[in-house]
Design a protein around this ligand. Sequence first.
Ligand SMILES: Nc1ncnc2c1ncn2[C@@H]1O[C@H](COP(=O)(O)OP(=O)(O)OP(=O)(O)O)[C@@H](O)[C@H]1O
Length: 329
Amino acid sequence: MRDEDVFIELDGVEKVFEVRRKTGFMKRERRTVRAVDSISFRVARGEMVGYIGPNGAGKSTTIKMLTGILTPSGGRLRVAGIDPSRERTRLAHRIGVVFGQRTTLWWDLPLIDSYKLMHRMYRIPDARYRENLDRLVELLDLGDLLDVPVRQLSLGQRMRGDIAAALLHDPEVLYLDEPTIGLDVISKAKVRDFLRELNTERGTTVLLTTHDLQDIEQLCSRVMVIDHGRMMYDGPLAGLHEVGESERTLVVDLERELPPIEAPPARVVKVEGPRQWLAFPAAESAAVLVARIAAEYPLVDLSVREPDIEAVIAKMYAEQADRAERAIS
Ligand SMILES: Nc1ncnc2c1ncn2[C@@H]1O[C@H](COP(=O)(O)OP(=O)(O)OP(=O)(O)O)[C@@H](O)[C@H]1O
């Protein structure tokens, strides 16, 4: 990555929380939690990167430092050349944030009123505001929802409303924390389509935190895995599957009960009447496997299940421990 392309830069960034716990009458115990432990990475302008890890890994803490809500305990952090915790307000005009579990919209007001408030808050020029609002309403299909109070919106509608709110002021980078959590398949597809378009058409840099590996698969060419505040992996998703040797599952419904399907390297791991579950290496193409099975077996229906992030990371650890053991013996 060329230096002039770097948009987000972290160098040995740390965040330590001090927590006090009551251990008895008048007694308190002090404990430190190292939520982010010497993380370094660079994201280029226009990149779309997945930032994943198990619960409590330090993802939200990183995003809070990137927005300036939290000040790092150590290391160096820059977004668009700005130190976020020192110049939070200046940076706020250049970033957008969406927290899937929380809304930035005014609960009792119609959606459009929240946007009018953002218009003022961010001092967006009138023409720019109108233009962005029209474009976002069209792309996110919000036309019929503008006069509806936020509390009456479905989760998927509310999420689209929140994404529009985060983009009205034309931010250069968008941080998304679990944007598809709890959404149905159609709403997920709408949100993903929109993000892909935003990234390609406008070159917006996107950092995406998610538990849904399909979000990453469909949107991000690069993924960073963090656990216990440390960077475990930074590279393409396919590489992560190789490192973790993770498996996907193909669920096949046949016309009738049949002996276990033979389609190596996939192997049948469960059979229930005409339904069979086949595990196959996640890096292999599902399409090729499906075509092979469809040519030889009477298929009625099928679906592919992605490994969850916890399973991929557990495998990564197992692999590392295995390698360390082999190195010792
Ligand atoms: N304000 C705080 N005070 C004390 N500890 C905190 C604080 N915020 C986070 N932590 C701790 O820091 C660690 C990382 O938390 P963080 O919320 O960043 O994880 P996460 O990866 O976002 O998890 P999740 O996927 O569950 O949202 C956890 O052990 C958490 O308990």
